[in-house]
Design a protein around this ligand. Structure first.
Ligand SMILES: *Cc1c(COP(=O)(O)O)cnc(C)c1O
Length: 392
């Protein structure tokens, strides 16, 4: 299918693929682990064993690749399996740069297995050209890792600005695009080299599978070959049923992400007006320090994720999370239902995540229901604070 079509069209049609055997419009599920070799052992299809590749991967990989505008995509068993492959291709002594506030699973991996592997890591406070530039070690820095908006405070990075500094030093820029999705941000258009996804979140969008993806930009086909070998050798391969389910979920990606974004902006504006709320972290608000960068870099919305800091501190924040009735108090995000989470409580004790902060994933419910739910929870906590005790 014509790759110049808009992302909404690419996703909704699943790239317009029709099964050549049956004319089926929905892709078949092909669970076979093994593929027939011909008598001369010159395998006709290039397929051998599903740990290397499976035909059910082809269409979701092609769709993610088309949405991101990449040179190739590989599915993995989880976001973490995808993310770590980028570092597993490095050698001991190589240096990498990560944001201080980054997806905590990556930080935990880096601080244990990454260091044991021999990687050297610098965490930077500000992912700006100056902040990253100061951390670069000429000839040694191989990967600069970014998330924008970054989990869990939704800080925004100017991808083009950091990519220019990285490329001048010969480093690759890898972006975890799980939160923005290619519906809102296409990092390759801004100079990034590698894109990562946890498909467990918006890509699948229904909270019922764990998966991940790596996409590389044109010119980095060698990186893709390396990463495909890592996938095969470490075996972090997605199940064929999950690959099939992922494609089904991605058909509604655009409408889900845009609906969540519209709702999230209204919720952020509501929270911004609450006395008990100290600060709302959401790039869609004009008061956000990087609103202008986000508005330039993101199209069609600012995403469905936001966080807010509560005046009563950690206790009041946790109390709000326990008072909601429509929101669910749970981990993860990007599913149809809205969730709220005291993030610092879920992370390791050394986490830099603010303890007075709640993280919100806005789902697809009616926005008025979500706002009313937050209002009643905040009002209840406000009453408890002003009367000094809990109502029975
Ligand atoms: C969840 C998440 C991951 C990890 O993905 P899994 O599929 O849970 O392994 C990585 N990055 C971000 C931003 C995430 O939210």
């Amino acid at each position: 299918m014509n790759k110049k079509l808009h992302p909404e069209t690419l996703a909704a049609t699943g790239l317009g693929w029709i099964d050549p055997e049956t004319d089926a419009m929905a892709a078949p599920l092909r669970p076979s682990t093994s593929f027939l070799r011909d008598p001369t052992d010159l395998d006709r299809t290039g397929r051998m064993f599903t740990r290397d590749d499976n035909p059910t991967f082809a269409q979701p990989e092609a769709l993610i690749n088309a949405l991101e505008g990449g040179a190739g995509c590989l599915l993995f068993a989880s976001g973490m399996a995808a993310i770590t492959s980028v570092f597993q291709r490095l050698a001991p002594g190589d240096h990498v740069i990560l944001p201080k506030l980054v997806y905590s699973g990556l930080r935990d991996w880096m601080n244990t297995h990454g260091l044991r592997w021999g990687l050297e890591v610098t965490y930077v406070d500000a992912c700006t050209a100056a902040g990253v530039g100061a951390a670069i070690q000429q000839g040694k820095t191989k990967v600069i890792w970014l998330e924008t908006p970054s989990n869990p405070t939704w800080a925004i990075t100017d991808i083009a600005e950091v990519s220019a500094v990285a490329h001048a030093a010969g480093a690759l820029v890898a972006i975890d695009n799980t939160v923005a999705t290619p519906i809102l941000t296409r990092p390759f258009e801004h100079g990034a080299d590698i894109i990562l996804h946890s498909c467990s979140k918006y890509m699948n969008g229904h909270g019922d599978l764990i998966g991940g993806a790596v996409v590389v930009a044109e010119g980095h086909e060698d990186v893709l070959v390396d990463i495909q070998n890592i996938r095969n050798e470490y075996g972090g391969v997605l199940g064929s049923f999950e690959a099939w389910l992922l494609l089904r979920g991605m058909r509604t990606l655009a409408v889900r992400v845009k609906t969540a974004s519209t709702s999230a902006l209204r919720i952020a504006q509501f929270l911004d007006g609450c006395d008990l709320v100290d600060q709302v972290l959401y790039a869609g608000l004009e008061t956000h320090p990087n609103h202008n960068v986000a508005a330039r870099q993101m199209q069609g919305g600012f995403g469905g994720m936001l966080s807010f800091r509560v005046k009563g501190g950690e206790d009041a924040a946790k109390l709000i999370a326990s008072e909601v009735q429509v929101f669910r108090q749970a981990i993860s995000f990007g599913s149809t239902e809205s969730v709220i989470e005291h993030r610092a409580g879920m992370e390791k004790p050394d986490s830099p995540t603010p303890r007075d902060m709640l993280r919100v994933s806005v789902g697809l419910e009616n926005t008025d229901d979500l706002i009313a739910d937050l209002r009643q929870a905040i009002d209840a906590v406000q009453r408890e604070i002003s009367t000094g005790h809990r109502n029975a």
